[in-house]
Design a protein around this ligand. Structure first.
Ligand SMILES: [Zn+2]
Length: 302
C-alpha cells in the first residue's frame, strides 16, 4: 500500500492532460463502477481524522489531484452504450458490463470513491452517475411500454406513442439521529455486511412529510416514539437515485425493540463507547459525528 504522497506523484501527471472545467469532463460508468486512473486511490482512504458536521470528511493536500483521477476524458474508450450531457456540462457515459478498462485505467466501485474523496470532489461524478442510472431505467415508457424517446429541449424522456413525459427521478429518504439524554441511537441493519452500526433510515412514502417519516420509520424499526427536533443537512446518494435528508430527533417514550427483520440490534451509545460506524463521506457518518460532538460539548458545559 503506497503513501498518499506516492499517490499524488502517480496522479500528478494527469493534471496536464486533465480537462480544465466540468464542461469538458467525462465520467464513465460500468454499472455501479466508475473508470478511474489506475493506482490513483492506492493508499486511500487516509487515516480517519475525525470530522464535524458540514465539513468534508477530510481534506488532504492532493485532493484536487485525486478528483482529476475521476475524469476519464483522456481515457481511450470505445463509443459508450449510452451517454448524456448533465447539468454543469459533464458527459455521463455508460458502458456495457464486458467493457475492459484501457491501459492505465481501472473500474472501481463508485461507493469506494465516496469513501476516499471529500464530498465536493465526488459530487460532480455522483450527479453524472445519477443521470446515467436514470437513463438506464427509463428506456421504456412506464405508461404504455413503448421504447422512450428523448425530449429535445430538456433532460426528460418523451414517449413517441402516448406522449407520456418522465423526468429524472429522486427518491427522498430520511436519516434520523435520535438522542436520549447523552446517548445516541445506533442500530445494526440485518442486511449490512460491513458490521457497521448507523442511525435509522427509511424512504419517504407518498403522503408523508419528512418529520412524519422519521416518526414512522423509528417506530417501525425499533418501537419507540420520537419527536423530530431539527434538520441537519442533505446529500445526493446515486445508488441509484436517493436524496438523503438528515434530521435530529429525541426519544419520547418506549423501550428499544428491534423489528428483527430490517434491524438486527439497536442500542444507545456515547461518543467514547460506540460500535463500528458507517463509511466516511456518507451523510449518516456526518450526522453521527455531529451528534457525538453535541453530546461532548453538552458534557463540557455541565
Ligand atoms: Zn407511452
Amino acid at each position: 500500500m503506497s503513501e498518499p504522497n506516492d499517490t499524488m506523484d502517480t496522479v500528478a501527471s494527469a493534471i496536464a492532460e486533465a480537462s480544465p472545467s466540468e464542461t469538458t469532463r467525462r465520467f464513465a460508468f460500468r454499472g455501479t463502477e466508475a473508470l478511474v486512473r489506475a493506482s490513483a486511490f492506492d493508499g486511500y482512504p487516509a487515516p480517519d481524522r475525525g470530522t464535524m458536521a458540514g465539513a468534508s470528511p477530510w481534506e488532504a493536500p492532493g485532493d484536487e489531484l485525486l478528483a482529476v483521477a475521476l475524469d476519464s476524458s483522456a481515457a481511450p474508450l470505445p463509443e459508450p452504450g449510452d451517454s448524456l450531457t448533465v447539468p454543469g456540462g459533464a458527459l455521463a457515459a455508460s458502458y456495457p458490463a464486458e467493457t475492459d478498462a484501457p491501459d492505465g485505467w481501472e473500474w472501481k466501485p463508485f461507493r469506494s470513491l465516496i469513501n476516499a474523496l471529500p464530498e465536493p470532489l465526488w459530487l460532480p461524478a455522483a450527479r453524472a452517475m445519477a443521470y446515467a442510472n436514470w437513463r438506464a431505467s427509463s428506456r421504456f415508457c412506464g405508461r404504455c411500454g413503448s421504447p422512450n424517446g428523448d425530449k429535445p429541449d430538456e433532460i426528460a424522456r418523451l414517449c413517441p406513442v402516448c406522449g407520456a413525459l418522465s423526468f429524472p427521478r429522486l427518491s427522498p429518504a430520511v436519516l434520523a439521529a435520535v438522542h436520549k439524554d447523552d446517548r445516541l441511537l445506533l442500530a445494526r441493519n440485518a442486511l449490512n455486511r460491513t458490521g457497521a452500526w448507523s442511525i435509522l433510515a427509511g424512504f419517504v412514502e407518498p403522503g408523508e412529510s419528512f418529520e412524519s417519516c422519521v416518526g414512522r420509520e423509528v417506530m417501525e424499526e425499533v418501537g419507540i416514539v420520537v419527536r423530530t427536533t431539527g434538520y441537519r443537512g442533505s446529500q445526493p446518494w446515486p445508488f441509484p437515485d436517493q436524496l438523503m435528508v438528515g434530521f435530529t430527533a429525541e426519544w419520547v417514550s418506549g423501550e428499544l425493540a428491534p423489528d428483527g427483520v430490517e434491524i438486527a440490534e439497536a442500542g444507545w451509545f456515547g461518543p467514547d463507547d460506540h460500535p463500528p460506524l458507517p463509511m466516511r463521506g456518507s451523510l449518516s457518518r456526518r450526522l453521527i459525528e455531529a451528534a457525538f460532538e453535541d453530546i461532548r460539548s453538552a458534557g463540557t458545559r455541565r
